[in-house]
Each structure stands twice: as C-alpha cells, then as structure tokens.
Design a protein around this ligand. Structure first.
Ligand code: GLA
Length: 391
C-alpha cells in the first residue's frame, strides 16, 4: 500500500539525517514521481495531459542552518553536493542533482521572498532514475515544500509547481513544460489528473476498479538530450507560427491539412502528432469516465504510433516494450510515456492478469530487446506534502 512505501523512504531520510548531521530534522517533506497516461509532448504546446502521481517518492529531511547549505543524497551515485549559500546563488553555479534543489531557493529569491533559508538536508528516494518518471520534478517539489515550511511562506502546491518549472527552465536549463511539476504537486489518490496546461485547471478522474498502472521500464537509460527536446519544441513553435497561432493547442487537423504545402514536411509531422495527441487526450478522458476500455486501449496504441513515426522520440527498446506489453494478457493498452529517447512504457492492466502480464511481457522483451526490463505496479497517490514538522 502506498503509505507503507512512503514511510520506508521517510525513515531512510530521517536516519540518514541523524547520521550525517546529528539530531533531528525540523521538516520532512515528500513528493511523488509521475507517470503520464496520455497527452505526450503537448504541455509546451498549451495542450492537455493526463498524468498520475505514483507511489514512488523523493523525501527530504531538512533543518535550517546558519552555515552554508549542505545537501546529501542517499543515492550512492549522487552523494554529497558542494556546499553553497542560498544568498549567493545568483552568481554561483550548482552542478548535478543539487541544482534542482538550489534552483528552487534561487526562484524563491527571484520572487522576492526574503531570508530564503540555508539548510542541512538528506534526500532519500525510491523513484527509479532515468526511467522517465520525473525524479527531478519530485526533487523540486520536495525542496519546495521544505523551503516553504521553513520560511513560512504558505505557498500553494500549484505555486510550487510553477516555481519548480522555472527552476528547471532558468536555473537547470531544460526547457520543459509544466506537466511533471503539476503531477507531482497536485496528484490525487487513485486518480489520474486531466490537466489543461494553459488554465492549469485539473479534473481528477478516478481510475476504474480492477485496473492497475504498470510502468514497463526498458532499462535503457533515458537520454533526454536537452537538444532533441528543445528541437521538438522549436519545430512546434514554427508550426504554430505558420498557422498564425500562438500555441498548437488551437490548431485543428483541417487547419494543418490546409497548410501542408507551406510547411516543412518534418514540421508538419511534428504538428500532426501534437494535434492528434491533444484530441486523443480529450477522448481518453471521456472513454475512461465511460468505462470504455477498448477505446482507451486504441488511443494509447495510437499515441505510441505517432510518437514513434511522426514525433520521432521513441527508440527500439520502447517499441519492443510497447509491442510486448500490448500483446501480453490483461493489457488494455500500452505506449511509451514521458519525453522518450529511452525510459519506460505505461500499461493499463487488469488486476487479475497482473502476474501473467508481467511474465509474458518481460520474457518477450528480453527475447527481442536482448536486455532485462523492470516492471513496477504503481498506485496513484496525492501530491507533494510535509510529512513531519517540529516547527
Ligand atoms: C518531459 C517534460 C514534460 C513533457 C514531457 C513530454 O517529461 O519535462 O514537460 O514535455 O517530457 O510529454
């Protein structure tokens, strides 16, 4: 059960804190990773997305300090960050994972919050890394909650999501949309959240009984080459401009067809994915609410195809995994999820067939991809929160 999962990570963070810094943290905050059901590469086009926060968490245990900020990750490959002073961030570069934490402090300062605290903090996590489930957004939100509690700013989770995105865009340098941070901040237990990325309105849709979200990890590390991501983004902007629009969200297929000859063929295909994906996301919400699992399955498979052929962000391992998952027992539908270029597929699977599904899909994946995948059954959970506080 989700809470069991969280409390184990909370305990790791707290005992890591006592070992490293002595005494107790003042605040323990947690933020979940996310999986996107459908609506991929639509967020920076002002479109719709349909993610769920999942029961894999980044937890930070922290305390205010008068000395420089010291951040420690219990992830062996990450380790301890170079100390920094929150007040010096405007002129100091922070490298590696700690940039996602320091960047949030930087954004708070930019927003005019005074006395952004320096912290001693230990991070523990069970969000798989490199699988495309947004460990970085979870890190931003966990630190957002920590700073908010220590500074008594009383920011809403929506505001913290926007600050997390700004941290990523302006401090870390990845030009991402708002989906990941909103999912981690605003997740709702047992629901996927339908999100309009312009208005930031959310419609939480309960996941049907008897269906699980399975993350089918290719174990091919996601190479979110920022340059490929940013290239897709500018191709979308070029398409919107050619259609006389600010955002591709407002394009229809008729408009796009009408402009076919005027558009570069690659730009046309990119826009084709975005416009059809946006429509699929809307249709998926209706199908989910109506309990039409056949239609949900079709929409998921179609999404994979345009991501593969038109948007060109899939890879061999993701294609093999989605085919293996779609062919396995109990699968309603599966597709690549997240930015692409490696990472994972998401599958909706009937609970009674979970064991068979994992056996068949993993055997097929090993046979065809020549490497082991990993399968995580996920529960949808509530978004970022303070778990403990002595303030
Ligand atoms: C990454 C970005 C998101 C979104 C997805 C693709 O996860 O951080 O903003 O663009 O890729 O849907």
């Amino acid at each position: 059960m989700a809470l069991g999962n969280l409390s184990a990570v909370v305990e790791q963070a707290k005992s890591g804190f006592s070992e490293r810094f002595g005494g107790n943290p003042e605040v323990v905050a947690a933020a979940p990773g996310r999986v996107n059901l459908i609506g991929e590469h639509t967020d920076y086009n002002g479109g719709y997305v349909f993610p769920a926060a999942i029961d894999r968490f980044v937890v930070v245990a922290g305390r205010r300090t008068q000395g420089p900020s010291r951040l420690v990750s219990l992830e062996p490959s990450a380790g301890e960050a170079e100390p920094f002073r929150a007040a010096d961030l405007y002129r100091k570069e922070v490298r590696g994972w700690a940039a996602y934490a320091a960047g949030v402090a930087w954004v708070l300062q930019q927003e005019g919050f005074e006395d952004v605290p320096d912290v001693e903090a230990v991070v523990a996590s069970n969000v798989p890394l490199g699988s495309g489930v947004s460990s970085s957004a979870a890190l931003e939100l966990a630190f957002g909650k920590l700073y908010d509690a220590l500074g008594r700013y009383q920011l809403s989770n929506k505001e913290l999501a926007l600050y997390g995105q700004r941290c990523e865009n302006r401090f870390v340098g990845v030009n991402c949309g708002i989906m990941d941070q909103m999912a981690s901040a605003m997740g709702v237990a047992d629901s996927a959240i339908f999100l309009d990325t312009v208005t930031l309105d959310i419609d939480p849709c309960p996941l049907p009984d008897g269906i699980s979200i399975v993350l089918c990890d290719t174990r091919k590390p996601r190479q979110l080459s920022a340059s490929q991501y940013n290239e897709r983004r500018s191709q979308c902007e070029a398409a919107a401009k050619a259609l006389g629009l600010e955002l591709l969200r407002d394009a229809t297929l008729e408009m796009l067809e009408g402009a076919r000859d005027a558009l570069d063929p690659v730009v046309f295909r990119r826009a084709w994915h975005v416009v059809t994906e946006n429509a699929r996301c809307l249709e998926f919400r209706e199908a989910l609410k109506a309990g039409d699992s056949d239609l949900c399955g079709w929409l998921l498979r179609d999404s994979h195809l345009t991501l593969r052929d038109d948007y060109e962000v899939s890879c061999r391992e993701l294609n093999v995994m989605s085919e293996a998952a779609n062919a396995a027992p109990g699968c309603i539908g599966a597709r690549m999820t997240g930015a692409g270029f490696g990472g994972a597929c998401v599958a909706l699977v009937r609970i009674e067939a979970l064991g068979d599904f994992v056996n068949k899909a993993s055997a097929e994946y090993v046979k065809r991809a020549g490497r082991e995948g990993a399968f995580l059954v996920c529960r949808a959970v509530d978004g970022a929160r303070v778990v403990e506080s002595s303030l």
